[in-house]
Design a protein around this ligand. Sequence first.
Ligand SMILES: Cc1cc2nc3c(=O)[nH]c(=O)nc-3n(C[C@H](O)[C@H](O)[C@H](O)COP(=O)(O)OP(=O)(O)OC[C@H]3O[C@@H](n4cnc5c(N)ncnc54)[C@H](O)[C@@H]3O)c2cc1C
Length: 394
Amino acid sequence: MDFDYSPQEDAFRQELRSWLEANPADNYDPETFEIIDQEERFQIKFDWQKKLHGAGWVGIHWPQEYGGRGATSMEHSSCRQARARVPAPGLASPLGISLVGPTLMHWGTEEQKERFVPRILSAEELWCQGYSEPGSGSDLASLQTRAVDDGDDFVVNGQKVWTSFAHKADYCILVARTDPDAPKHKGLSYLLVDMHAPGVTVRPLVQISGDAEFNEVFFEDVRVPKANLVGERNNGWQVAITTLMFERANFGMVYNLEPMLDRLKAGLKDLEVHGQPATDDPDVRQRLAAFHIEIQALKLGGYRQLTQQLRGDARGRGGSISKLAGSGRYLRMAHVAMELLGPYSQCALGEAQGIDNGFWARRALGSRLYTIAGGTSEIMRNIVGERVLRLPKG
Ligand SMILES: Cc1cc2nc3c(=O)[nH]c(=O)nc-3n(C[C@H](O)[C@H](O)[C@H](O)COP(=O)(O)OP(=O)(O)OC[C@H]3O[C@@H](n4cnc5c(N)ncnc54)[C@H](O)[C@@H]3O)c2cc1C
């Protein structure tokens, strides 16, 4: 791979950087953002997505006819890097952008693309992902939510769980069983369900961090028009896997790991070990160096995937490797930070005595989720072993 940007790509990066410098997110203070009320945080993210979208910086590599800019994969990648480098609040519709839009672009009918994709970019409609059920997480194909054919509609009954952002969502990508007699991977369908339809009930679940961003969702005789079926009926497994591939690629998080390591280094400068800044201590330096090397390796792996994509190989095998390695690194960095900060690690976000304002306590509480959501690390290891390395099944 050629690591240099072309003049066109350089100009694109410069344009974005200048825009980001001139247009910070409204009402956003990185030091207090995670302390403020969940609703306030949502509003800041919503306003930020609107602002980015207004300037054409959301979904930039999506086709222009659906509201994107038709940017190249390289431009998209450098855009993600640049965005991760500025303090910004994240988007109001992360699942719509990273999962639903790309899946619809791949499998959706022309009507579905025109109807849904532009509203995903503009945050006019927010989305959630209705896959997991009580008893069906890793073994997703064992799910029991049913969708029964009834005239122009399917009628959905069942329960989902861990549904992130369902309390804000207007629509849900729902995987439901349409043929209970078929083998478990064959009788599923992929539906776009209106979360405001009669019969949908959302109940928030509180997380270890105190936030309540995921939910239980109940479907009771919910009518879903057949026009909202994505892909073929009973062939929803293929569509669902496409979404999971986009999700796993997204969980690689290498863009976020570098700024996180920089933040750890900066925080440790305020901490003394044997009368000197912690960053001068040989043991601490070795640990930081190890993270630096691992992140560089992840980054190069990401570039290799990008090169494969640019050469037309979009199989996305690397997504599982990135997710496994990226989420593991995030978890370990948060835990090493807790260990190094010692008693200071117990200070919650916003406590004045905390090093770096209690940032790492918050990170440690949130770090486990990445090794579970979108497929656990154990499942990722199975996939890498069987499908990437072609090892025999255990
Ligand atoms: C923060 C968060 C957000 C989430 N958001 C969503 C969402 O928006 N939508 C959604 O649909 N789901 C969501 N999930 C659910 C997530 O996808 C599931 O939790 C995950 O797939 C694991 O399923 P499970 O919880 O049922 O665990 P289980 O499948 O019951 O697994 C329990 C343990 O057994 C291990 N295990 C299971 N099978 C195997 C195997 N074959 N080999 C080796 N080990 C195995 C697992 O790795 C795990 O450690 C979210 C989860 C979290 C934590």
